[in-house]
Design a binder for this molecule. Structure first.
Ligand SMILES: Cc1cc2nc3c(=O)[nH]c(=O)nc-3n(C[C@H](O)[C@H](O)[C@H](O)COP(=O)(O)O)c2cc1C
Length: 191
């Protein structure tokens, strides 16, 4: 397998975010040949405004789109806000979904996961995220569904993952499936 680089996007701006902590844990669990880069610009994106599309591309948007285009795949860890996804993540997806048909996420393999203190562990939010990605022709890993419930028991006050073995094995399995999906979508790149 050629080396693969995945871009990890956390849908939380919180300093001690459980979702960002989950992505950091994935970085440390990545198999040989897989690098995971954590995107940190979500809070710098302007609000999507269709009027801006006619003018110069905002620098933060160009930066995000370039990172996504250059990555072999993307990992999105989303919090669940009001049974959906946070506005900052939706804003990023709106930018990444344009221009229609030529957007950076089109045909880009994606893995989704999420952590929440509730019993459902972002199950509802992830459904919303999957529906959005389906709409913009983004292939998403089907299994495993990684819903990290009762996250307050698994992360410390700084957002560091405590490392429970079940979650770790799910994170490894999700990464392995993202590698498979990436191979299916660009076999020449991963041969
Ligand atoms: C505006 C808002 C809405 C929320 N709605 C939900 C929800 O619908 N379901 C849920 O499980 N948690 C909900 N939560 C709690 C978040 O899951 C919790 O704050 C989580 O730690 C956020 O993720 P983070 O740690 O990555 O920032 C909500 C939190 C906020 C701030």
């Amino acid at each position: 397998m050629s080396d693969l680089t995945f871009l990890a996007i956390s849908g939380s701006l919180r300093r001690s975010s459980h979702n960002t902590g989950l992505l950091r844990a994935m970085q440390s669990l990545a198999p040989d040949g897989v690098t995971i880069d954590l995107y940190s610009g979500l809070g710098t994106l302007p609000f999507f405004d269709q009027r801006l599309e006619g003018g110069p591309e905002p620098a933060a948007v160009a930066n995000l789109r370039r990172h996504v285009r250059e990555a072999d795949g993307v990992i999105i860890a989303t919090p669940e806000y009001n049974s959906a996804i946070p506005g900052v993540l939706m804003n990023a997806l709106d930018w990444l979904s344009r221009p229609t048909g030529r957007h950076a996420l089109r045909h880009k393999p994606v893995a989704v996961l999420g952590a929440s203190p509730s019993q459902f562990g972002t199950a509802r939010g992830q459904l919303v995220l999957r529906q959005i990605l389906h709409r913009i022709e983004t292939p998403v890993v089907a299994h495993p569904e990684v819903t990290v419930f009762q996250s307050h028991r698994r992360f410390d006050a700084d957002g560091a993952f405590s490392g429970d073995p079940v979650t770790e094995s799910l994170l490894r399995a999700l990464l392995a499936e993202l590698v498979v999906l990436t191979q299916r979508h660009s076999p020449a790149r991963t041969a």
